[in-house]
Design a protein around this ligand. Structure first.
Ligand code: TYD
Length: 407
């Protein structure tokens, strides 16, 4: 394996999360009777540029053929995007915008409302079609060196950088499609939060790379691009937004040098940190399994006084069927012995089964109908929004369990 950021072969194992199916490969009932394909899920760290990465087992074509993620599902995410549009149009003079991985047009719609020319590009045809139907021009394709959609004042890449198998071509495409004084902003989950908060569940096959700022600057350098500003964001468990321009085109904020220094001081360029992460994740699995079984047993004893086996023991369900939930459940080997079912607002996922664990996915209305005792909120990045939405579960005194860095 060669580092996709700097092409060095100095890669060290971080943690083996076992063989897992693709996190977005939700199964139909029919597919439950067929073999399920799994691949090693095993992140490595490059000791040259400190890019954490997994090997590419699945082609992007297959991943995006029938993509299950619709960005407009979350109102909080839409609010985040709307704020971004206000901020970026005030800071820079923008006449046209290209969004890479424009999904269902969730972001470009706000630029369009301001009379700015927009163009999207996204390889997932079913999702891109939703944008096209809304009147947002979208090219159904991968972005890279071959992209020929003109030059742009602003290129946006939100939560796409991690999904790019060919980083070289992607960065080349940014350089080719960016106007001389133009700006690229990329948002991606930040490696520092992943490690510090043990967000191992954000590791899955569709995420090929996990970026430190140093890894980003190294990958861009080869294409005459540089990071001139950086911001921390709370989205997706902690992200970075980097501002990129052609070399020398923009004044540098000292935040870039400060963050690189903080990475060094924080041990991110030292293998020790990744070894400790591995031990913590392994411990997490043991604690999570104990918590789940304790809950079932303790509550069982409380309700039935430790009486003889009663199949109507405490019911636990999962709220949300995010990709990250699948990494966690499959790494921990958890299935319907704990979770009766899962609910999700995404119509595409309803009526299907979670990959690996085969937990059935339903419409959230099912919560009302079955009144579960414990609701385990899988998309911890949306926990606030979801617990607010689920306030009606107080009616039957349901408890919530939200993932923390420990359980
Ligand atoms: P998300 O955490 O955004 O992404 P990933 O798949 O990359 O881990 O996934 C959130 C999932 O939760 C998605 O399937 C939609 C679902 N969801 C709900 O069902 N209800 C909600 O209120 C929200 C915010 C999300």
């Amino acid at each position: 394996m060669i580092c996709r950021g700097c092409f060095s072969d100095a890669l060290e194992s971080v943690i083996d999360l076992g063989h897992q199916p693709l996190s977005n490969a939700y199964l139909t009932e029919q597919q439950l009777n067929e073999p399920e394909v799994t691949y090693p899920l095993h992140p490595y760290i490059c000791t040259q540029c400190w890019l954490m990465q997994i090997d590419q087992y699945e082609t992007p074509d297959n991943i995006f053929e029938d993509y299950a993620y619709f960005s407009s599902e979350s109102q909080h995410w839409l609010n985040h995007c709307q704020q971004y549009v206000e901020q970026i149009t005030q800071r820079f003079n923008i006449k046209n915008v290209l969004e890479v991985a424009s999904n269902d047009g969730y972001m470009l719609q706000y630029f369009q409302q301001k009379g700015i020319d927009v163009q999207g590009i996204d390889p997932a045809a079913n999702v891109a079609q939703v944008a096209i139907d809304k009147g947002i021009p979208t090219s159904i394709d991968f972005f890279g060196s071959d992209t020929n959609l003109g030059k742009y004042d602003l290129i946006i890449g939100n939560n796409v950088f991690a999904h790019v198998p060919d980083l070289y071509s992607f960065c080349d495409g940014l350089s080719i499609s960016l106007a001389n004084k133009g700006v690229v902003t990329l948002e991606f989950p930040y490696l520092a939060y992943l490690i510090k908060d043990r967000q191992f569940d954000t590791i899955y096959h569709e995420h090929f790379s996990y970026f430190s700022l140093r890894a980003v600057t190294t990958a861009l350098m080869k294409h005459g691009l540089e990071v001139f500003d950086v911001e921390h964001l709370s989205t997706h468990g902690g992200s970075l937004r980097v501002y990129i321009g052609h070399e020398g085109a923009h004044t540098h904020s000292n935040r870039v040098a400060q963050l690189l220094a903080a990475e060094k001081a924080g041990g991110f360029y030292d293998l020790k940190l990744y070894r400790t992460f591995k031990e913590e994740v392994q411990r997490y699995k043991r604690v999570f399994l104990k918590r789940l079984s304790d809950f079932k047993d303790r509550e069982y004893a409380k309700i039935y006084g430790g009486a003889a086996f009663n199949p109507k023991s405490v019911s636990i369900v999962a709220y949300g069927a995010p990709a990250k939930g699948n990494t966690l459940l499959n790494y921990c080997g958890v299935s319907t012995e704990y979770f009766d079912y899962c609910v999700d607002t995404t119509a595409y996922k309803q009526g299907k089964y979670l990959p690996g664990s085969h937990i059935p996915v339903y419409h959230p209305d099912r919560l009302m109908q079955t009144r579960p005792d414990l609701i385990y909120i899988q998309p911890w990045n949306w926990a606030k929004e979801i617990t607010e939405k689920l306030s009606y579960a107080q009616e039957w005194d349901a408890k919530f369990l939200i993932r923390t860095r420990y359980v």
